[in-house]
Each structure stands twice: as C-alpha cells, then as structure tokens.
Write a protein that binds this ligand. Structure first.
Ligand code: F6R
Length: 243
C-alpha cells in the first residue's frame, strides 16, 4: 500500500488524474472502475481537460462503475448514471456503449448483479479501480458488516450514508434507501486500486482503515491485503496516519 501525500484537493485531483491518465496511455484499452461522490470531481475535470488537449485518448477505454441507487433510472438527475454522463463521459471521447453501471431499474435485481459480474469478467477484469471512502469506511456501498460481501449485490444503505448523501437531494426522504454495489471481492480483483481521500472529516477513517485492523466493520481495511493500492490524500485527510 503506497501513500501519496497531496497538498490540497486540487493537488490530490491532479496526482490521481495523472495516475489514471498514465494507465490509459500505457494501455489504451484499459478497463477503468469508476466512482461517483464529490471526491472524484476534480479528477474528472483534469482528465476532461487533458482529453480535450489531445493528451489522453479514451476511445478504446471501457468503464464499469462501482454502484448505482436502486430505483433511479439513468435519466434521473440523482442517479449515478446521470452523474457520470454529466461530469465525465459526455465531455470525453469514450464510446458511450463501453460505459457500464449497475442497472438501478433492474426488474430482477439478483440476476442483474450476477450479469454485472459476468460483464466485468468478459471485459477481462478491471485494470484500475478508483475509490472514494465513506466516513464509516465504506467502499462502493459496502457498508460495515459481519462479513465482506463478495460479489455485486443490493444493499440497505447505512443511516450515516443516507445522511452524508442527502446533500445531493432536496430533502433526506428523497435519498434512496438501497443501492446496487460491486462487492468487496469484485473490487479486490481489480489489478490496481487508487483510493482518494480529502478533507479533515476523512482523517479518522483513513487512519483506522489503512493503519488499523483489517475487519468487515471497516470495509476499506481489506485494501491492506491487496498487492497494488495507492492512496492519494490531501494533508487534512492524512493528518492522523504515520507516513
Ligand atoms: C461512490 C461510492 C462511495 C463514495 C464515498 C465517498 O461511487 O462508491 O463509496 O466514494 O461515499 O463519497 P465522497 O467522495 O462524496 O466523500
């Protein structure tokens, strides 16, 4: 596990975008695992800028996103599908048919989750997975639990996650209570993982997850067992770890 210390959010975004950009330059047909939330927005902005400047070509890239709210369609402006189109795909030269997210509207959720795993496998697996981290240590929507969930599945969101995500909705009642997410096993199979953390409110969980015990009560802690993880954090998020 390597830690890359960035000065602030801007610097973190630039460093993480550089790692992802390098991945695409080294392997133009990379399968990128992508995340939503507020942390990656700066990365997407940088990648868009570099793509428009001709420095990075996404035409052969495939993407698979970590998660999607259950019950929200791709057209819903609160869906992760919509977020990805607006904040990234729409602005780069990726082939939209090569971009994938769990289907929030799937009639048979269980079947759709298995199909998502098969899709990732058929793409040859994830070359580089981008992750954020929740205040309770969740990655994707894998919330603290008794076990590490293995494959893509439907989850009940933790109260703290609903609370944290209400900022994107008009009121808390509109925040979906369930989501589809890649499992911890799906994430751990990615060849490389880049996790970003920003702000002082992430300092406690960063220290607990990456320099504490490996436990399903802190889902991100499993990343300590992966062979190629890079944590890019700003000074505030890294305030409580020993570098
Ligand atoms: C998003 C996701 C979540 C977020 C996490 C941190 O696709 O899977 O695990 O990465 O909730 O969110 P932010 O970046 O908003 O603090």
């Amino acid at each position: 596990m390597r830690f890359i210390l960035a000065k602030d959010y801007e610097d973190m975004s630039k460093k993480a975008a550089t790692i992802i950009g390098a991945q695409v330059i080294l392997k133009p047909s990379s399968v990128l695992g992508l995340a939503t939330g507020s942390s990656p927005l700066g990365i997407y902005k940088k990648l868009i800028q570099w793509c428009k400047a001709g420095a990075i070509d996404f035409s052969k890239v495939c993407s698979v996103n970590l998660d999607e709210y259950r019950g929200l369609s791709a057209e819903d402006d609160q869906s992760y599908n919509y977020y990805m189109s607006e904040n990234f795909f729409h602005e780069i030269n990726i082939d939209k048919s090569n971009t994938h997210l769990p289907d929030g509207m799937a009639k048979d959720g269980e079947k759709a989750c298995v199909a998502y795993e098969v899709l990732i496998e058929n793409l040859g697996g994830i070359d580089m997975q981008l992750l954020g981290i929740g205040h309770n240590g969740h990655i994707g929507f894998n919330e603290p639990a008794e076990d590490f969930p293995v494959i893509t599945h439907c989850v009940d969101l933790a109260e703290s996650t609903i609370e944290a995500n209400k900022r994107f909705f008009t009121n808390i009642d509109q925040v979906p209570k369930q989501a589809y997410t890649m499992g911890i096993g799906t994430i751990m199979k990615a060849k490389k993982i880049v996790l970003i953390a920003t702000g002082e409110d992430k300092a406690d969980i960063v220290a607990k997850a990456f320099q504490g015990d490996v436990t399903p009560q802190v889902p991100a802690s499993i990343l300590q067992l992966h062979s190629d993880v890079t944590i890019v954090g700003d000074e505030k998020a890294f305030a409580k770890i020993k570098l």
